[in-house]
Structures are given as C-alpha cells and as structure tokens.
Design a protein around this ligand. Structure first.
Ligand SMILES: C[S@@+](CC[C@H](N)C(=O)[O-])C[C@H]1O[C@@H](n2cnc3c(N)ncnc32)[C@H](O)[C@@H]1O
Length: 237
C-alpha cells in the first residue's frame, strides 16, 4: 500500500465520512464477532478499584463503554480520537448511556497525546493502530502516559496463518467486504482501504517485536477467531 494512503488527513476525513454508519458496518461485516473481540481485549486490562484507563482511537466509544461494563463503579475512562465525526457519535452514545461522569471524550492524536507521563493505569487501542502512519510513535506515546507496571493493550486485525481459511478469507476481504461497505455507507471507495490495510499489517510475531522495540516488556499475544484478529499486551517497565 502506498504510504500516502495513511496520511493522517486522509484517515481523519475517511472516518468522519463513515462515522454515522460505522457501528452498523462493524456488526454486519464481522457478523457481530467484533463485540466479542473488544470484550476479550478489555478483559486484559488490569483490575483495580479506582482505575483510570485511556482508550486511544476510541471512535464511537465501544471500547470505553465496554470498560465501564467490566469494571467497578469507581473506574474512569478517557477516550481520545482525531476524527470529529467519530467523536460526535461517541459522545452521543456516552450521553445516551448517562456515563458522562465516567467517560471523558476528547480530541487527540495518538502520536502526540496531551497527557503527563504515568497518568493512566493502562491504555488500550482497538482497530486503530493499523491506521497510524508512525505506529511505533503511537505505541511509545501510549507507554509514556501509562504508569510503570501498567499495560498497553492492542486489538488489531492480523494476518491469517491457517492455509485453508486464508484463500476464502482473502476473497471475502477483497471482493465481498468493499461491496457491502460501499452499499451500507453509501461512500464509494471507503471500504477499499480497510482490506488493503488489513492485509499488509504485520503478523502477530512481527508485531510483538515492534512493540518490544518501543520499550514495552513481557509482550504476549492471543490470536482470535482463527487469527483474523489478535490482542497484544505489553507491560510498561
Ligand atoms: C477502525 S476505527 C476504531 C474505533 C474504535 N476503537 C472501535 O473499536 O470501534 C479507527 C479509529 O482510529 C482513529 N485514528 C486513526 N488514526 C488516529 C490518530 N493518529 N490519532 C487518533 N485517532 C486516530 C480514527 O479516527 C478512527 O476513529
């Protein structure tokens, strides 16, 4: 994929364009499995009575809302994203759930997080890091704002290893998914970027090494749903 496809301005405007239909498309294109993936990723966050978590690339706030579901009443979440369109939808969902006191939603770029060092107990990013041109910088920023001993959790699509599933999955990604995406979102081309960014993202072992190069330690990962997605977890030294 041409590097310019991940130009931050292009990514921002693409997500703002698809924001109104983003949740519906997630459910349809993943047959609803995306919810289980987020649940699993959130379950990897450390438990604690009064935790403060950062949800990076929060989008429409599904991860932030899931954190609140899984954690005690004293847990708070800050969700950040750089697409105003996605943030608008996210804020609406937080308001509808009456969770404004527990989830703060704000504008920020993952490569320049507006927070002091060691501020959070853990940071999580779901389906966001793949879109960041300088993704190592993003991971370093997440590590910087998390306290020592806290986690950085990354949920992302990854390359399929299973040889039998690989061919039909590739066909689904390149032929079926862009068609459904365009039909539901009404935006031509928006869902062409998704399969190409997924297919070229590093496999789980390679991505683990990239995370270690950012300074995180004890990095491990879990493959989900035949390896369509993976959750990587690193600890801040
Ligand atoms: C596929 S959506 C994922 C949203 C949400 N985390 C979820 O699980 O549904 C990717 C999000 O990453 C955001 N994003 C991409 N690059 C970013 C960056 N550099 N800084 C902040 N947000 C970014 C986009 O605006 C978009 O909302």
């Amino acid at each position: 994929m041409d590097k310019s496809a991940k130009d931050p301005e292009k990514i921002r405007s693409m997500f703002s364009t698809i924001a109104p239909r983003y949740d519906l498309l997630n459910r349809v294109l993943s047959l609803g499995i995306d919810r289980q993936w987020r649940k699993f990723a959130v379950s990897q966050l450390p438990s604690g009575e009064k935790s403060l978590f950062l949800d990076v690339a929060t989008g429409t706030c599904d991860v932030a809302l899931e954190i609140i579901r899984q954690h005690s009443a004293e847990t708070r979440v800050v969700g950040v994203d750089f697409s105003e369109g996605m943030l608008k939808r996210g804020r609406e969902k937080v308001r509808e759930a009456e969770l404004e006191k527990r989830i703060e939603v704000r504008f920020a770029d993952v490569t320049a997080l507006p927070f002091d060092d060691n501020r959070f107990d853990a940071a999580i990013i779901a389906f966001g890091i793949r879109n960041v041109q300088d993704f190592k910088k993003g991971i370093m920023e997440m590590g910087r704002v998390v306290r020592s001993g806290g986690n950085v959790v990354i949920l992302e699509f990854t390359s399929i290893q299973n040889p039998f599933f690989k061919v039909p999955y590739r066909f689904y990604l390149t032929k079926v998914l862009p068609f459904i995406g365009e039909f539901i979102s009404g935006k031509k081309g928006a869902y062409k970027y998704l399969p190409s960014s997924m297919l070229e993202f590093p496999g789980p072992e390679e991505f683990k090494k990239e995370m270690e190069q950012t300074g995180l330690i004890h990095v491990l990962y879990h493959r989900l749903s035949l390896g369509i997605a993976a959750v990587h977890i690193g600890t801040v030294p």
